[in-house]
Ligand binder design. Structure first.
Ligand SMILES: O=C(O)[C@H](O)[C@@H](O)[C@H](O)[C@H](O)COP(=O)(O)O
Length: 267
């Protein structure tokens, strides 16, 4: 087996690629395939995005064949996390996705569920959860069989070098949130300080979660998030992603994967 390729582990499926460009190609293919399956099975594709490098890695979806073959009219787009800034601000995850992706494909504008940027963090989190509850009621977003949580067809996450996913940061109280679907923080260790985020129960109720990580600066944290290293890293946010009834797939380039057991043990 080559060091690149797929490895099934207890922490999900690891897909390791030679370069970030290859990650982008395979990620587009994976998303297009899940969209097709969800539209066939449910009539909709409910997808949640994060911010960061993930969005430019999704860029191949704007190109052939996906721009023509994907059933964009069935996409319903959400954010797993958002910064509490205006939608025109350079820090806005909505703006990033809009500029790089959403404005380049024929989506239905009313299916894009961005976060209300005219409210406080607390109010915007409450409103977003309310909207989500209505969409779960009518099953535009599925519902988990084991909790009342939404069951997104796909939640896409990146991972920070501290191991955060969405806006769930290490050692933050927000990791313990069990009741809310969407919550907020006002003390993010990375700017901007105010953010909204899906909670772990929502992330872990999805049908599919993909965590996309590239670059050598993430290698050590990725090792702690995936491998058993002797010390207890069960509270590292990326390690807390564990969709019980769903699939977890890690899209990695070999720089990010370089410290993983699965990568080191194979030639
Ligand atoms: O809004 C955010 O800040 C993101 O959603 C965040 O969780 C991001 O995905 C990671 O920080 C990884 O970002 P990079 O891939 O750019 O390092």
């Amino acid at each position: 087996m080559s060091r690149s390729g797929c490895h099934q582990t207890e922490r999900g499926e690891l897909r390791i690629y030679e370069s970030s460009d290859e990650v982008a190609t395979e990620l587009a293919d994976y998303i297009a395939e899940l969209s097709e399956v969800s539209v066939k099975e449910r009539g909709f594709f409910a997808i949640a995005l994060s911010g960061g490098s993930l969005i430019s890695l999704m860029g191949k979806l704007c190109e052939a064949p996906y721009n023509k073959t994907v059933d964009w009219s069935k996409w319903y787009i959400f954010w797993a996390d958002e910064r509490v800034v205006s939608k025109t601000h350079a820090d806005s995850n909505y703006k990033l996705a809009k500029d790089c992706l959403l404005s380049k494909v024929p989506l239905i504008p009313s299916h894009v569920y961005s976060i209300n940027d005219s409210l406080s963090a607390e109010e915007a989190a409450g409103e977003y959860e309310f909207v989500l509850r209505q969409l779960v009621k009518v099953r535009t977003v599925g519902v988990s069989e084991i909790s009342d949580c939404p069951k997104f067809d796909l939640i896409l996450l990146g991972m920070g070098s501290d191991g955060h996913v969405a806006s769930l940061f290490p050692n933050h109280m927000v990791l313990e949130e069990k009741d809310e679907w969407v919550t907020f923080i006002t003390d993010s260790p990375e700017p901007p300080p105010e953010r909204l985020t899906f909670t772990l129960p929502v992330i872990n109720s999805a049908s599919n979660v993909a965590i996309v990580v590239t670059g050598s600066s993430k290698a050590e944290t990725l090792h702690l998030a995936i491998d058993d290293v002797g010390r207890d890293f069960s509270k590292l946010p990326a390690r807390m992603v564990n969709p019980g009834n769903g699939n977890l797939v890690w899209f990695l380039d070999k720089l990010a994967a370089s410290k993983l057991e699965a990568f080191k043990c194979t030639e």
